[in-house]
Write a protein of this length. Structure first.
Length: 313
């Protein structure tokens, strides 16, 4: 009997389920924004140390996702969109998910403190705690502002990456934190409109469930305007510049146009524009942070050329 042949599929399946427990899409978004925070920080570590720092942040982000899934098992079981996750589908037990997430949390925070600095480790620990306790346990089922306040956890990675590299907190990473903080509501509210019946079934007080689609569209437009203002402020800091100002404004123009088109819809349907808006917000975030890297790369090679670009900070 080929015992190894029987074991191999089980091991592969278990690893796949554990990886799914990390919420990989959210984790990789955190990794990307943290990497940008590391790359544009004024003080640079070695490439190897930067990779280790990024690994710690990614493990911490995955640990937060695992603990969130552990707590949200019953909610995920009620929602069609999340019913296939490892816990509601009983591929992983609740106890195993908690031990897995808690162990990764401790490891990521302690290792980041040892290889970088304890301020960065503290911020990573606060992020995990905030996502599990403040957002998942207290906010998610109690207030329609859950995603607004809870979005603070998802906004932390570039700040952590910057602090892990420089050892200090300054205006630039705080503005990047605010940028993602204001990006989060329009991104998730567009998804909440599409899946509002799912949220209603799970008794989650998302804004479209309590106040309707039209009011949510108005809020999406409002937060999109605030987001573009924050974007412009970043352009006038040390990490911004004229090239970044031009590139980011192209993104902002498309974002605002899309939000206005949502606002002008007077009937509910298949929510095709919400689907397109949701996808665009993901592209918007990746391109925005990508343009930050490109802009800072070019500034490195044109440092002797005076551009007379005003900096606010």
């Amino acid at each position: 009997m080929n015992t190894l042949g029987n074991v191999e599929p089980i091991v592969k399946s278990s690893l796949k389920d554990l990886y799914a427990l990390l919420k990989p899409r959210v984790m990789w978004l955190a990794v990307f924004t943290a990497a940008v925070g590391i790359m544009i920080a004024p003080n640079q570590n070695s490439f190897f140390l930067s990779l280790i720092i990024l690994l710690c942040i990614s493990i911490g982000a995955g640990a937060a996702g695992a603990l969130n899934m552990w707590w949200d098992k019953e909610i995920d079981n009620l929602m069609e969109r999340t019913s296939g996750r490892p816990l509601p589908s009983e591929k992983i037990s609740s106890d195993d998910a908690f031990v897995f997430g808690f162990s990764l949390s401790i490891f990521s925070v302690m290792f980041l403190g040892l290889v970088s600095n304890w301020l960065a480790a503290f911020l990573l620990g606060v992020t995990i705690f905030f996502y599990l306790v403040i957002y998942s346990i207290f906010l998610k089922k109690t207030t329609p502002q859950n995603i607004v306040i809870g979005g603070a956890a998802g906004a932390m990675p570039p700040l952590i990456g910057w602090v892990a590299t420089t050892g200090t907190i300054s205006a630039e990473p705080l503005l990047l934190f605010l940028f993602i903080f204001f990006w989060t509501p329009p991104h998730f509210w567009s998804l909440a409109i599409i899946t509002k019946d799912d949220y209603a079934k799970a008794n989650i007080p998302m804004f479209p469930v309590l106040y309707g689609v039209e009011k949510t569209r108005k809020l999406i437009l409002l937060y999109s305007v605030i987001l573009t203002v924050c974007s412009q402020i970043i352009a006038f800091t040390e990490i911004g510049g004229p090239l970044f100002f031009l590139l980011s404004n192209v993104l902002n123009a498309v974002l605002l146009l899309s939000a206005v088109r949502l606002f002008r819809i007077h009937k509910n349907g298949e929510y095709e524009r919400e689907k397109r808006f949701f996808k665009y917000t993901i592209l918007y975030l990746f391109l925005y942070f990508g343009f930050l890297v490109i802009s800072n790369f070019f500034k490195t090679f044109s440092a002797d050329i005076p551009l007379n670009w005003p900096n606010l900070f």
